[in-house]
Design a protein around this ligand. Structure first.
Ligand SMILES: Cc1cc2nc3c(=O)[nH]c(=O)nc-3n(C[C@H](O)[C@H](O)[C@H](O)COP(=O)(O)OP(=O)(O)OC[C@H]3O[C@@H](n4cnc5c(N)ncnc54)[C@H](O)[C@@H]3O)c2cc1C
Length: 368
């Protein structure tokens, strides 16, 4: 029996563990914290096909979407639901971008349709704010970030070949295994290092020339909302940040202003299974990162969310920030970072704000 050592208990590491077990490998899965605390438990849980760049990135997202659905059939505790999304236009300029993208050749694959305001309200009565129309993406889906990793690990633990080792930081590796901070050596035939945004430490020297950066985002979650938000919701600013919408219509967009511009903010909103609304996000890559969760972007995003639902939101229950690893966007940049350090030892990281979405397909690529 071949044995895989997976370092990192986030979604990339966990999907690698699951995929390896499916292919008949034994797996030792090592995490430095008592339980994962990284980007995978701090995100929206959006499986976001709509915003992906045309071509290879969209193909990977569509494959990942299929895999998530299949995985969630055997692990329903991931909270997977094919709820789709609405990107709501509140100006002529935003509506023009949506009109443009629904005419593109890949609109069918993305399951895009453009909806009039009354069609939006039929689909999602809670989207009761002022609008000009919306982009509906039926391919988008959601999982519960605070539940997913535990659900996937519980599934892995049904296999006798799976060992989960928490509270162990991997501090060294060779072609035949890794060394943890308690001095234990773990032997394997292959090592996959999914250390997320931990670009220093173990991987500091290895990743020093890699085109990677870390991005910090701010998030909030409300108390349970009175109504059911039947789809996820994005605002028109999100059109600026996703490569799917690039083109001359978007180039004619007026510049982003005020708090939205200062924090590179876009509204994404999804209802959790407990009824609360997860609302975000902002983007900052200038390190060192803020210690505090700042009020200005939070107030902006809450105002925007309120405008989308056309009624006051429940009180904020919690706020947090998260950091992801991203391949620095540039023409021809890979979708994520895969680097063979020595035969049988690879780093897999850098999927940016799409790591939750792409994780099962990235893990599948590791076994091709
Ligand atoms: C606020 C926020 C919102 C986001 N929203 C979405 C979204 O809705 N949809 C989407 O697709 N993506 C989203 N993303 C991106 C997504 O969360 C990440 O791309 C993804 O979670 C990365 O997973 P990972 O396993 O690589 O990293 P992580 O989740 O950070 O996991 C890495 C793990 O490795 C462990 N580790 C590191 N070094 C060692 C070591 N030496 N030894 C042992 N363990 C180690 C860490 O403790 C950590 O648990 C969001 C990210 C953030 C921050």
């Amino acid at each position: 029996m071949k044995r895989l050592i997976v370092v990192g208990g986030g979604v990339l590491g966990t999907m690698h563990a699951l995929t390896a077990l499916d292919r008949g490998w034994d797996v030792i899965h090592i995490e430095r914290e008592a339980g994962p605390r990284g980007a995978s438990v701090r995100n929206f849980g959006l499986l976001w096909v709509s915003g992906r760049a045309p071509g290879a990135e969209l193909a990977l997202a569509l494959r990942a979407r299929q895999l998530w659905q299949a995985i969630s059939r055997s692990c329903p505790a991931t909270g997977f639901r094919a709820n789709g999304s609405l990107t709501i236009a509140r100006s002529d300029a935003e509506l023009k971008v949506i009109e443009d993208v629904v005419r593109r050749p890949d609109a069918t694959e993305r399951q895009f349709t453009m909806l009039e305001p009354e069609e939006v309200r039929r689909l999602n009565p809670a989207a009761a704010g002022e609008m000009q129309g919306a982009l509906h993406c039926a391919a988008d889906a959601t999982v519960e970030p605070r539940l997913v990793l535990g659900a996937l690990r519980a599934h892995c633990q049904k296999s006798a070949g799976y060992s989960w080792l928490a509270n162990r930081e991997v501090v060294g590796f060779t072609a035949s295994g890794v060394l943890d901070d308690r001095g234990a050596r773990h032997q394997g035939d292959r090592v996959i290092l999914c250390c997320g945004a931990a670009h220093g430490g173990l991987l500091g020297e290895i990743l020093s020339d890699a085109p990677l950066r870390r991005v910090r985002l701010q998030m909030v979650e409300t108390e349970p909302f009175v109504a059911a938000l039947t789809t996820s919701i994005a605002d028109g600013d999100s059109l600026r940040y996703y490569p799917a919408y690039a083109g001359s219509t978007l180039d004619a967009f007026p510049p982003q202003e005020g708090a939205a511009a200062r924090w590179a903010a876009q509204l994404l909103m999804v209802q959790r299974l407990h009824g609360g609304l997860t609302i975000g996000d902002t983007h900052r890559s200038d390190e060192p990162f803020d210690v505090d969760v700042e009020e200005e972007p939070t107030a902006h995003l809450l105002d925007r969310a309120e405008a989308m639902v056309g009624q006051p939101l429940p009180a904020v229950a919690r706020r947090w920030a998260g950091v992801y690893s991203q391949v620095i966007p540039s023409p021809g940049a890979p979708i994520y970072w895969r680097q063979e350090i020595m035969p049988g030892v690879e780093v897999v990281t850098g999927p940016g704000g799409r790591g939750m979405t792409l994780s099962p397909a990235i893990a599948e690529e590791s076994f091709k």
